[in-house]
Design a protein. Structure first.
Length: 262
């Protein structure tokens, strides 16, 4: 039988867990990973942009399936990288009315920005499908696009934009001191601003994810781990050039192998 003293001692811990916004984000990410795993086991192809019309057509069902999978991937891969920022935003919002609602608005703005990026990438991908449909030579050499995407992502790892945006993401306290204000509109604007910094340092890696298929669980886990380490760990700064070199090598390997087999 559980004593009243033990129950009373458990309440503060439970209250702290429920009031800590980081647990909400981790829970959303965990649910997203479970859904992604279930989709992989069921081979549903959820969110796989390659299931769209080969000629580049965007069917309603295909777009909806992609957007569903994209939201799951954002929740699984990108939300965990916002944990430090969510922690500081949650603390800063404690003394304002509806602080939790403001945090929700912040996360909503962040997700909406990444959704806009996904839609843009889908439209561009549709254009590439159409171009391949019109150009049989390119359609037979899909390895050119795959290798070029990997190399683009690798080269971007060494860019000043990547470094600047990563610095902003790694220092959430400084970010909050500069931009935090009370209110829902301010929370939305802060979410967009944070999302832009995140997009600025991770868009190329997400293009790799887009290229191999949104529903590819192995690539999701690999890229999610890379982005999480780059943005939140002490070794993140040292990791960036190694990732860039590895992506460039993989891209060259794909291009050379494709050229040798054609």
């Amino acid at each position: 039988m559980i004593s009243p003293q033990r129950v009373e001692g458990a309440r503060p811990l439970r209250a702290r867990l429920l009031s800590d916004p980081r647990w909400m984000v981790w829970l959303l990410a965990a649910v997203a990973w479970l859904v992604a795993l279930g989709s992989t086991i069921a081979r549903s192809g959820l969110g796989d942009h390659r299931a769209l019309d080969a000629s580049g057509g965007l069917s309603t069902g295909g777009v909806l399936a992609f957007l569903t999978g994209w939201q799951i991937m954002i929740a699984a891969t990108m939300l965990p990288t916002t944990i430090p920022m969510v922690q500081y935003f949650g603390r800063a919002s404690l003394d304002q009315p509806n602080g939790r609602s403001a945090l929700f608005v912040f996360l909503l703005a962040y997700v909406l920005l990444w959704t806009a990026f996904g839609i843009t990438a889908l439209i561009l991908d549709s254009g590439l499908h159409w171009l391949a449909w019109q150009t049989p030579w390119l359609a037979e050499r899909g390895w050119i696009l795959a290798g070029s995407t990997l190399m683009l992502a690798g080269v971007f790892q060494f860019s000043p934009i990547k470094d600047r945006c990563l610095r902003e993401c790694r220092h959430p306290m400084s970010f909050m001191l500069h931009y935090y204000r009370r209110g829902y509109r301010a929370a939305f604007e802060i979410g967009i601003r944070q999302g832009l910094h995140c997009l600025g340092c991770c868009w190329a890696l997400m293009l790799v994810m887009f290229g191999v298929g949104v529903g590819n669980l192995a690539w999701m886990a690999t890229i999610a781990g890379i982005m999480l380490l780059e943005k939140t760990s002490r070794m993140g700064r040292r990791l960036v050039p190694y990732v860039g070199g590895a992506l460039i090598c993989c891209g060259l390997l794909v291009l050379v192998r494709g050229a040798m087999t054609n």
